[in-house]
Design a protein around this ligand. Structure first.
Ligand code: HEC
Length: 156
């Protein structure tokens, strides 16, 4: 009786594992699509901020929510790169294996975006266009490009 019950429980656990593995295999391509979309939104948002440096946006208050949006997603960036969403997912992704093999460093690279966009928000609060442009360049170089240089493969 005890053995039968243990076998049944083991089978039930195995079935649950298989079901979640199947769900996950399906979820991975969707998640990759979401994170690539999030990355493109970063590009669009940084483009809006860059308009301040060109003098096309003079009411700097308008871009406060843009910097805040990037900052909010920056805090959740590692969650967009769970295990199993690299090349093994079988869809186009430029995510390099180092994202998982050097996890602590990758998490630090994501934290850099949090830090840099916090500084950007502080610069925006001053309303000073050259300071905002400098902070935006720092976000691009020290957060976006720094992470891409190590963790993003060349475009295929
Ligand atoms: C912590 C690392 C990291 C940071 C910070 C980061 N990215 Fe990315 N980015 C990646 C990785 C990895 C990919 C590849 C994702 C994939 O293909 O699955 C990527 C992809 C992209 C893409 C291509 C999306 C597509 O359609 O394939 C763009 C555009 C992009 N990032 C822009 C940005 C911008 C702008 C910033 C800064 C505001 C930024 N990223 C910050 C890691 C990062």
């Amino acid at each position: 009786m005890f053995i039968a019950r243990t076998v049944l429980l083991t089978l039930a656990a195995a079935a649950t594992t298989l079901a979640s593995a199947a769900a996950y295999a399906q979820a991975a391509p969707e998640l990759i699509g979401v994170r690539q979309g999030v990355m493109r939104s970063f590009n669009a948002q940084m483009g809006i901020v860059a308009a301040v440096g060109r003098g096309e946006i003079t009411n700097t208050k308008l871009i406060e929510p843009v910097a805040a949006a990037i900052n909010s997603i920056a805090k959740q960036l590692p969650a967009l790169f769970p295990a199993g969403t690299g090349a093994e997912a079988g869809v186009r992704t430029r995510a390099k294996p180092e994202i998982w093999s050097k996890r602590a460093d990758f998490v630090a690279a994501a934290a850099k975006l949090d830090e840099e966009t916090t500084k950007l928000s502080a610069a925006i609060a001053t309303g000073n266009a050259p300071a905002i442009a400098a902070a935006a360049t720092s976000v691009t170089n020290n957060a976006c490009n720094a992470c891409h240089g190590v963790y993003r493969a060349a475009a295929q």
